[in-house]
Design a protein around this ligand. Structure first.
Ligand code: SF4
Length: 169
């Protein structure tokens, strides 16, 4: 699998100062996608064990609140194994820091059985829908997308939204 870029100081994708990685490849092609350069599965650069080590090193800085994984599509069949490997390594090393993931797939329809969810604190799910675009929304581009508290949702077997979402709008 491949990734597009790593940001070493991201304050836009989740709470606090974060490391973010944008995976390469997405088959959804949402209208007016914010990141079209991530669509081509052959673009970007190779995602390796060294990439994971590099990200873990960056996440070790005290002021880093957590890791955000975006795309592209981290949960596409081509990418999900790498996303799982990174998510597991991150949570094992930094259980006190948060992992946020963005995906066009839906938690309840597509993802709830996937092992990777065990390691994710917050999932922003659903494709971007241009007709539902709202710049006032925190951490999502359109109002159909949901900011989900993954661990509470897995425990209760229903969708529980991330409770701090409204406080940050
Ligand atoms: S799922 Fe995300 S990366 Fe893929 S086309 Fe839609 S907005 Fe772009």
């Amino acid at each position: 699998m491949r990734y597009n870029k790593i940001r070493k100081m991201d304050i836009a994708n989740g709470p606090g100062v974060r490391i973010s990685i944008f995976m390469q490849g997405c088959a959804f092609h949402c209208k007016n996608c914010f990141n079209p350069e991530t669509h081509d599965f052959n673009g970007g650069r190779e995602f390796t064990d060294e990439t994971i080590e590099h990200i873990l090193d960056l996440c070790g800085k005290e002021y880093i609140a957590g890791l955000s994984i975006l795309g592209g599509e981290p949960m596409h069949p081509n990418n999900i194994e790498g996303t799982l490997k990174l998510a597991r390594a991150f949570k094992e090393k930094f259980p006190q820091k948060t992992l946020w993931v963005w995906s066009g797939f839906l938690f309840d329809r597509d993802l709830k059985e996937k092992e990777v969810l065990k390691y994710i604190d917050v999932l922003v799910d659903g494709q971007y829908m241009d007709e539902l675009h709202n710049p006032m929304l925190a951490w999502r581009g359109s109002s159909n997308q949901r900011v989900i508290d993954v661990q509470k949702s897995l425990k209760t077997k229903k969708i529980i939204l991330y409770e701090n979402e409204l406080q940050t709008v």
